[in-house]
Unconditional design. Structure first.
Lengths: 368, 559
């Protein structure tokens, strides 16, 4: 398959502080990639480096089979044929929507250009407001106008910088689906950055989790969630708990939930101390199970309830239980772990101190 | 160990290189330009403050003994009276038009800004003409009540000058107070009401304290204008610092004494500047979104309704309508005498000075705004603030503070010219327009800078990047994006500076070369001889010009 974007071990930073270090990944033609990471993780810098606004310290960037950046060499942004959707949209306020979208379109005759721009506008559903100025549009319309403007010159690669962060939550979900559809329809290759995992799951074919300037994992959504490469990916994506345990043999590990059996995500020597990732859906609630745990916190979520449970040995796990199973805090309920693929990390490899999102305080429990 | 030494040396070399790079990066053209303009503000200040170190001449001792106590008292009374008066008028009118509803409220809310169009000295001589013993008011009164024996209070008094300045300057407080009351919105008022406060208590306990930073900001502008005023006080023969500085220079011919007097004023003004900056900072922090007020203004009924109407009407009549009528009637009286080629010369020179200054200031303001845009560090923003601080310095101070260093520089240049070329020149820079333009530049920089700066801030970095990604950069970026986005701000800046220069009096009076009279200078000359009627025509021209920025302001506050 022809790859549109190849990033080969790029680094960028100053003497004692690397903003991004040794990042490498490939994005194939027609794919949508997404970088997921907390703010300050270097993901916007990565995007701006690919666009050409920043230079690399080492490594290479290839777009559409030609090298655009390496140490001391940089193709200027306007020669890279890259489109970008800015966080603040950056629409030109003195131009109409039509003029904005037509701004980057050259080498077309007037009539042809006019039809083309109107076509572009109708793909994003803005043909009705072509003569309006940006300030007369709603937030969602502005975003789609900016998308149309970025796509109109038919870029080899479209970059999206936190494209939904200025919109309210209800609009976000709908627009992220719309935007994905538009990008797929135009067969564009796109790379976006966000700190919101729902957006990443909804939009992307491939997701890269980035923290402290390093790429932790570059994989599809399923693998990112179910087989996080390390603790920092596990911490940032989804909810769960890390339980301390000891490896008994090549398929079994002992922890606060008893002895779990399954295939290991990475081989561990017998007797090794490990941390095991337990997702809330891995803990099944069964009233008649002999294995009991005490409820110390609960959050009602509509279809189900997220219980925080304290195990006999003092460790705690999360359990997602259908919401007709109402229990009180302090009550003991029966649970059963259901884990086939055991995700584990050698002890001490992960030390999570930072909660990725203050709104989701149940997301992760840390045992270091 | 040679290896570690080599490493150490390399580190040292690296360090030196990066230090050098940092230095060359921080000294770029933009920053140098900002520093140069900031220097133009700093030099007169420095010259004036350092004049205190000069040996005091007999004149200054005389001034300290006989003049200083008088002008200090006068200034104190003037500042106190004008502050109180503008506060009362400004806050009450701001509250009435901003929050309440009464008969004619919509018209008053913009019409009450109109006195801003009238220079203080124009209002001053109109009032003197109106209420003098021989003026129309007293003459009419004597004709109707020959035996009443009632004597008018003397308009040429401290109270008279205070009243005139209040009427001319209250719009500053009014404008700020009104916008504060309106942006606070209803939510805080309603919260107070639900907590059991009556409307009156709400006003004094919630609305007024919330609006305090804005009101203070407006008041500080009033105090600055009062301290800087030269025209009105000299028409009233009311001695303050500005007139004393003028007299020291042009009466006693002692520029050193003028500078020493200025230094006292500089200290007072610095205090006001600090207060103003503080209130500005608090304005930023307390600004909060409010609900729209239009649906639920406090409806004044019955007597309150008419009281509010009559109050607003009388302020408007006294501050704008009556003076305008008087001005027009005088103009009609003297039009055939005054309107002629001499008047056209006057207008022509005024327009010339105003347009050149507007062009220069706006070009410099663009450089400042771009420097600020490029370098977002404290260093550059501090320099930018310094470069635009001249608005706080009274024109008389600037005239003195810029004349002295230019005269010194002139002596050096003349000496050099004479010794190298054998010229017989006695002056080189003096007698040119350079002092005048420099003083204008310092005083009105902020007038040009603010609109251009706010336009520049709309061109975000991502707008540049977006157009660059689409292949538009360099000159083309300037032509297609920057210039269209700056156009309105630039136009506003040009107009505002142009009009400020037209109305300017003390700088022009004190530093103009021979023959460069402007409309304002003409008004000064005529009014110092009591020729009110003949001053009417140039004053009317200034009034009409002054209406333009007020209309711009009204349109802005409508939005």
């Amino acid at each position: 398959m022809h790859s549109t974007l190849e990033v080969k071990n790029i680094s960028k930073g100053y003497h004692n502080h690397m903003v991004i270090s040794d990042i490498a990944f490939t994005l194939h033609k027609g794919e949508i990639g997404c970088f997921l990471g907390p703010s300050g993780s270097g993901k916007t810098t990565l995007l701006r480096t690919i666009a050409g606004f920043e230079e690399v310290l080492s490594g290479e960037i290839w777009v559409g089979g030609s090298r655009v950046a390496s140490r001391g060499f940089s193709v200027p942004p306007e020669k890279r044929h890259i489109g970008m959707l800015f966080q603040d949209y950056a629409l030109f306020p003195h131009m109409t929507v039509f003029e904005n979208v037509g701004f980057g379109v050259r080498s077309m005759k007037d009539l042809q250009k006019k039809t083309y721009i109107m076509d572009q506008l109708s793909t994003v559903g803005l043909e009705g407001v072509a003569r309006k100025y940006p300030h007369e549009l709603s937030g969602g319309q502005q975003q789609r106008a900016a998308l149309a403007r970025a796509l109109a010159p038919r870029p080899r690669l479209l970059l999206l910088d936190e494209p939904f962060s200025n919109l309210d939550v209800a609009l976000r979900e709908r627009l992220s689906m719309d935007v994905r559809e538009i990008i797929k329809e135009q067969r564009a290759t796109a790379l976006m950055v966000t700190h919101n995992q729902q957006e990443a799951f909804a939009m992307a074919d491939r997701i890269g989790v980035i923290s402290d300037g390093s790429l932790q994992q570059w994989d599809d959504a399923h693998a990112i969630y179910h087989r996080p490469a390390n603790g920092s990916v596990a911490a940032f994506v989804g909810e769960g708990a890390l339980l301390p345990g000891t490896v008994i043999d090549s398929r079994r590990v002992e922890c606060g939930l008893g002895i779990l059996e399954g295939s290991f995500s990475s081989p561990c020597p017998i007797g090794c101390s490990v941390d095991i990732l337990i997702r809330p859906e891995d803990v099944i609630h069964e009233d008649d199970s002999p294995f009991k745990a005490m409820i110390i916190h609960k959050t009602f979520r509509g279809p189900n309830i997220l219980y925080t449970l304290s195990l006999r040995n003092g460790d705690s796990v999360l359990a997602l239980v259908p919401s007709h199973h109402q229990h009180r805090i302090g009550q003991e309920i029966g649970i059963r772990p259901q884990v086939e693929d055991i995700v584990l990390y050698a002890r001490g490899e992960v030390c999570l101190t930072e909660m990725p999102d203050p709104n989701e305080r149940h997301k992760f429990q840390v045992h270091c | 160990m040679p290896e570690s030494e080599a490493l150490h040396r390399r580190n040292l070399a690296d360090f030196c290189c990066s230090a050098l790079r940092n230095m060359t990066q921080s000294v770029d053209g933009w920053r140098v330009a900002v520093a140069a303009v900031a220097g133009l503000v700093a030099v007169p200040l420095f010259v004036i403050i350092s004049s205190l170190l000069k040996p005091t001449q007999g004149i200054f001792d005389h001034l300290v003994e006989n003049v200083l106590p008088g002008i200090l008292t006068n200034t104190a009374w003037l500042v106190l009276g004008v502050s109180l008066g503008t506060l009362l008028l400004g806050v009450s009118l701001g509250w009435l038009t901003g929050v309440c509803d009464f008969f004619g409220r919509k018209t008053f809310s913009w019409a009450l800004l109109l006195p801003l169009a009238m220079p203080t000295y124009v209002l001053a001589f109109i009032y003197l003409g109106l209420f003098d013993f021989s003026g129309p008011a007293q003459t009419a009164f004597r004709a109707h009540f020959p035996q009443s024996g009632f004597s008018f209070p003397d308009i040429r008094s401290t109270a008279g000058v205070i009243v005139v300045m209040i009427l001319a300057l209250y719009p500053y407080v009014y404008m700020f107070a009104r916008s504060a009351f309106m942006t606070q919105g209803k939510s805080s008022m309603e919260a107070a009401r639900t907590l059991g406060l009556t409307p009156t208590e709400t006003f004094f306990k919630v609305c007024l304290p919330l609006a305090r930073p804005w009101i203070a900001g407006g008041l500080m502008l009033v105090v600055m204008e009062t301290l800087a005023d030269f025209g009105a006080v000299s028409i009233f023969n009311f001695d303050t610092f500005t007139t004393a500085i003028y007299k020291a220079w042009f009466g006693f011919f002692s520029i050193t004494a003028a500078a020493q007097l200025s230094s006292v004023l500089v200290f007072i003004v610095s205090l006001v500047i600090i207060l103003e900056q503080l209130s500005r900072r608090r304005m930023r922090y307390t600004q909060g979104g409010g609900l729209g007020l239009e649906t639920s203004r406090i409806k004044l009924v019955g007597g309150f309704n008419w009281a509010a109407f009559l109050f607003s009407l009388s302020v408007l009549l006294a501050g704008f309508v009556l003076p305008c009528i008087q001005l027009l009637s005088w103009t009609v009286e003297v039009f055939h005498l005054e309107f002629g080629s001499r008047y056209f010369w006057l207008v022509g020179k005024t327009l010339f000075l105003a347009s050149i200054t507007a062009l220069v200031i706006c070009s410099v303001a663009i450089v400042l705004a771009y420097a600020k845009r490029r370098h977002k560090d404290h260093y550059t923003s501090g320099l930018t603030r310094m470069a635009t601080l001249g608005y706080a310095l009274p024109g008389t101070i600037l005239a003195v503070g810029i004349f002295i260093p230019v005269a010194k520089l002139d002596r050096v240049i003349v000496h050099w010219l004479n010794s190298f070329f054998g010229c017989e020149a006695s002056t080189f820079l003096q007698g040119t327009l350079i002092i005048l333009f420099t003083a204008y530049l310092v005083r009105f920089m902020i007038t040009g800078f603010n609109p251009i700066d706010s336009a520049t801030q709309r061109i975000t970095p991502s707008i540049d990047e977006a157009s660059r990604l689409m292949g538009v950069r360099g000159f083309s970026l300037l032509r297609r994006i920057h210039i269209p986005m700056l156009r309105n701000g630039l136009l506003t800046a040009l107009i505002l500076v142009f009009i400020e220069v037209m109305k300017e009096m003390p700088i022009t009076l004190m530093t103009r070369p021979f023959g460069w009279d402007t409309l304002a200078v003409k008004i000064f000359e005529l009014t110092s001889e009591g020729e009110w009627e003949r001053s009417a025509l140039p004053a009317l021209a200034l009034l009409l010009a002054g209406l333009v920025p007020v209309i711009l302001l009204m349109r802005k506050s409508e939005k």
